[in-house]
Every structure is written in C-alpha cells, then in structure tokens.
Ligand binder design. Structure first.
Ligand code: MN
Length: 202
C-alpha cells in the first residue's frame, strides 16, 4: 500500500483497469471537498493519493488516468465518485464500471447491494466500515483510516469478475454496459442539481 500527496508519481501505470474509491468531507459535492483517491490495480497493488486543501490542480497524472478511455475504472456506486472527481478536477471520468449497478441488475433476489454485503455474500470477506465517518481532511491520516480506505478498493476487481459471470449467464451484460454509459449523463445532471430519477416519473 502506497500513499502519495496531491498526485500519483510518474511511474505508476494501470493496464486495462483500475478500481477506484474516494473519501470526502461529506456527501454534498459542492460543499464537501475530495480528500483521498484510492486506486487498486488488477494485481492488487494499492495506491492512494491524498488531496490536500486547494491542491487539486496538481493531480496531472491522476487526471490523465481518469480521462483515459482505454483504462476501465471500477467503482462501487460510481455515481458519487464520478461526480466528485469530475467536479474537483474539471474533467470527465471515462470508461466506468459500477459494481452496485451490476449487482442490482443481476442479484434481483436481494435488496442488499452495499459493498459490505457484496463482499460478504460473494467473496466471504468481512469488510469493516468503522472509519467511514471520520475526518478525511486531516493532514496526517491514521493507520486505521488508510486500512479502511484500501479495503474499499481491493475487492472490486474480484466482485466485477463474479458479477460479470452472472450478468453473462442472465443475458444482462449489454444492459449493464448501457447503464454504465449513462453514468456520465447522471453525473452531469447531479452537478446541476437536477434529479435524474425525477425526469422519468410522471
Ligand atoms: Mn470508501
């Protein structure tokens, strides 16, 4: 597990895919700043970038990866992460996969689609959510915070693999991909405070 400040070093590269999660000061994008971006390669290497206050302009390498359409970004509940990443860096995150949407599309026998539930049910892993509500804006993050933050990205590749097999089996892989393609639109609407769900109800 490696921790950097404000950007990834030049020598960190991701082939084909990267699992990503973010930690912020809260859930209101324009009020609550981005504090940490966690990334995990398909080999399980974790790289975390702490974004110090007003230093988001320095994340040149990070932005390049987020925009790169050849690298798939695997999130859990991509809608939130994509909105805050787009907003903070003034970019568009390209090539998105969301394990929560995949789960909702294919695990229709349950209404439990949280990351903790997926890890437990699909991988038999117990994920601690204890540090979820902690001060991610502090200059020096604690060991517990960093361990928790890494936990949110290290299982995403395995979950995607299992979810893709189920989506394939149930004939919903195409539908899933079309949903992922729409996350860009949803993020744009969210940023303008237009509720996407509202547009589709009478
Ligand atoms: Mn997280």
């Amino acid at each position: 597990m490696k921790l950097y400040k404000n950007d990834l070093p030049d020598n960190v590269v991701f082939q084909n895919s990267v699992a990503i999660d973010t930690e912020t000061m809260g859930l209101v994008t324009k009020r609550d700043r981005l504090c940490l971006v966690q990334m995990c390669s398909s080999d399980g290497d974790v790289h975390m970038v702490q974004i110090l206050k007003d230093q988001c302009g320095k994340a040149v390498n990070l932005k390049r990866i987020l925009k790169d359409s050849k690298i798939q970004k695997i999130f859990h509940f991509a809608r939130f992460d994509v909105e805050i990443l787009n907003y903070t860096f003034g970019i568009r995150v390209n090539n998105i996969y969301c394990t929560k949407i995949a789960s909702k599309l294919v695990r229709t026998y349950t209404d439990k689609h949280g990351l903790k539930n997926l890890c437990k049910d699909m991988l038999g892993v117990d994920l601690s959510k204890q540090e979820q509500s902690s001060d991610w804006g502090r200059d020096s993050l604690s060991e517990e915070q960093l361990k928790y933050a890494a936990g949110d990205v290290i299982y995403l590749h395995q979950l995607k693999e299992k979810l893709d097999l189920m989506l394939e089996r149930e004939g919903r892989l195409g539908l899933a991909n079309r949903c992922f393609d729409h996350l860009q639109l949803i993020a744009d609407l969210d940023l303008q405070d237009i509720c996407p769900e509202e547009l589709f109800v009478h």
